[in-house]
Design a protein around this ligand. Sequence first.
Ligand code: PHE
Length: 447
Amino acid sequence: MSEQSRASFGGKLSAILVAAGSAIGLGSIWRFPYMAGENGGAAFLLVYLICVFVVGIPVMLGEFAVGRATKLNAVGGYRSLSRPWRWLGYNGVLGALLISGYYYIVAGWSLEYMVSSFSGLYSSGVSFSEQFAQFQASPRQAIYTVIFILLTHLIIIRGVEKGIEKASKVMMPALFIILIIMAVRVAFMPGAGEGYRFFLSPDFSEAFSADTIFTAIGQAFFSLSVGMGCMVTYASYFKKENNLTSTSMSVALLTLMVAVLAGLVIFPAVFSAGLEPAEGASLIFITLPEIFKDMPMASVWSAAFFLLLTLASLTSTISFHEVLTAYFAEEHNLSRKVATRITSALSILLCMLSLMWVFDIDFAGIKIEKISCFEIFDYATANILMPLGGLLTCVFVAWWMKPDFLRNEMTNYGALKGRAYPLLRFALRYVTPLLIIYIFIKNLGLF
Ligand code: PHE
């Protein structure tokens, strides 16, 4: 695709908005509390915070640099800079494919909850965990998944990303506001204090397990949409005046704020309602209704929240759909329309696989009963493909490419001062990759 025919995002704010739109979504609001709940709460929060700064921001900057410098999709971008590195792009395409294989399912849950806020969620008298289980056992789950994929498809095919960009300007502040209202509301719930302790006061007497750090790094990659070419693809639509450094920092901070707010809402409510923080993937769907149920106009608040969560998920699904669509269109010379169709069809296929296939693993000493494709796709992307992609991005940007590459992209060829350049280059060369390697090795149990 020629440079002229490529769309570009508007100004500075748009760059931040679209990248934050990709980052902020189920990762911060659904996955973060679920992971924190299973991994010790406050300890997890602390490690996650460190990972966002030490790993997330440098890798995001590296991806921005590649995307804007080449103005190409993930595969084409790396390839045009150095042929063998196209494999890093393929890693991203595979990651986007696997994320598509389960993210839409959870997004569909949000859509269902928005609708059922008015139709029974609060009036059926059945416990919220029972209602969630019933929903998962019904065909509605698959239907909502497909609806979500079609919604994403329509937005991409109509090229109404601009509309989404505009909607984000209203949606994101609204999401913040409703989360703040909910955070204030839960503070008054009896027994909330236990939740704050769980989420905010780390227990240093217990050693941080390698597993906690591994999970937190994975969460940082996932929630910031880095390590899989998504930010390469998005930055390919950035303008040459955009300040990549401040954009990556703003996006990371906004995402972090949403995740922390989500934790401040969920954990007090979990303890107040006598639920388990390590509930797993259903955590927010059985906890949040507990907050709304005693509020005046419960259905309205609940529907408003799940609407915002649905929209936040939509700006994320658009972004990984776009990684695949841009790849098919540009690398296989297909029209955007056909590329979009292929991507959506693959997404439906993989999601159905995730919904239907549960099996046991008994291989090479690993025994896991009843594991689903859903869990495998999630684990493979967040804990393996994305950190691997992040590691290779560091090596590529800070070791393979000449120093000028990063400096030029960070300073916009001398127009900006780029004061953070030495620090970020140092991080990209040593700190970030070594941390990822260490964690990989540690987790494989090699020492
Ligand atoms: N960051 C998104 C979220 O938190 C998920 C995502 C991952 C989007 C990777 C694009 C690429 O919901």
